[in-house]
Write a protein that binds this ligand. Structure first.
Ligand code: MEV
Length: 342
């Protein structure tokens, strides 16, 4: 049995502003999704199993090719998912599409059973879906008879995330970060860049409770931008500066400076209207406990916060009633499991 793992991702800087072209940065963390692959002699078909949802379906090569061809010809991602509603469970469709796309490119991957699991909490802004798509794309690439580039393996994983989120722009930061591990920056203008980590970073995550959907908080920012464009643009610029200075501070291992930019980035997100009472209470508590920095991470409106702090600070935050979970940076991404590269 072959196993591929890919890490979850937290947003260190730049969420929301990245939608308006500004710089963002993300870090891979030591929580993993995994795909195991077994030989399967069941009539030469491909099994895809999601034990977390008690789901398993068998696909013939012809079905996978049909899925891939409809995906390539899609008018919109929503129409594509809706079209398959009665034929394929929508939780399996992203993964059938990834495998189908490899088959459609001319390389058979043979009769196999893919089991996809995640230890990353779902819908918490930790990119569990991106990590599953990356692990599966790498696992399928390892079986694929043709040649491929890292860019193509990432592109197939992006297909999975696009379908999961029903959004053509989904996964632009999460997928490359889960693929490469470490720290990744992204903006529309500069694309994906692998950033240097000058020293090991102690990060903790806190789930501050129920969150608004990312679509909802993206809508809040979009309305603010429509109603007061200069104000919103100034906030995006200040977030962009936080990301630039923060990435440079990460490169030299200056945690005081990284943390200062995290607090400043959080303040700008508060002004954008995407924080919550729980997130603000946590950030104040982290500051009072002496954390280098803290901020919401991802879409906001509740949900996950990240803190740059050591174990002692984490204990102090726990005493204030927050479940503070240390995670380490995962320098190993899904790419570490890729066998041959072209
Ligand atoms: C959500 O994790 C990140 C956002 O910036 C949305 C996006 O980049 O598409 C809020």
């Amino acid at each position: 049995m072959a196993v591929v793992q890919a890490p979850g991702v937290i947003k260190l800087f730049g969420e929301h502003a990245v939608v308006y072209g500004r710089l963002s940065a993300a870090i891979a963390v030591s929580l993993y999704s995994s795909v195991s692959v077994d030989a399967n002699d069941n009539e030469g078909k491909v099994h895809i199993s999601l034990p977390d949802f008690s789901l398993e379906t068998v696909f013939s090569d012809a079905e996978l090719l049909d899925i891939a061809s409809e995906y390539s010809a899609r008018d919109s991602i929503n129409a594509y998912v809706d079209n398959f509603k009665r034929r394929v469970d929508s939780r399996l469709l992203p993964y059938a599409t990834i495998i189908g796309r490899y088959c459609a490119d001319g390389g058979s991957i043979g009769p196999k059973r893919f089991e996809i699991r995640s230890m990353i909490p779902v819908q918490k802004g930790l990119a569990s879906s991106a990590a599953c798509s990356v692990a599966l794309s790498v696992a399928a690439a390892n079986l694929y008879e043709g040649s491929y580039t890292e860019g193509e393996v990432i592109e197939r994983a992006l297909d999975g995330d696009r379908i999961i989120h029903r959004n053509e722009n989904a996964g632009r930061i999460d997928v490359p970060t889960s693929f490469y591990g470490g720290c990744i920056s992204y903006s529309k203008g500069s694309g994906v860049r692998r950033e240097e980590l000058g020293a090991g970073m102690d990060i903790a995550i806190v789930d501050t409770g129920p969150k608004k959907s990312t679509a909802e908080t993206v809508g809040i920012v979009s309305r603010l931008h429509e109603n007061d464009t200069p104000y919103a643009e100034r906030l995006f610029d200040s977030i962009d500066s936080c990301a630039r200075r923060g990435i440079e501070a990460i490169r030299v291992g200056d945690f005081d400076a990284v943390g200062k930019e995290m607090y400043a980035n959080h303040d700008a997100l508060v002004r954008l209207g995407v924080s919550s009472d729980g997130l603000d209470r946590l950030v104040s508590c982290a500051k009072a406990c002496g954390a280098y920095g803290a901020k919401l991470s991802g879409g906001g409106g509740g949900g996950m916060a990240i803190i740059l702090c050591n174990e002692e600070t984490c204990r102090c935050i726990r005493k204030e009633g927050f479940e503070c979970t240390p995670v380490s940076v995962s320098l190993r991404g899904g790419a570490a499991f890729l066998k041959g590269r072209v």
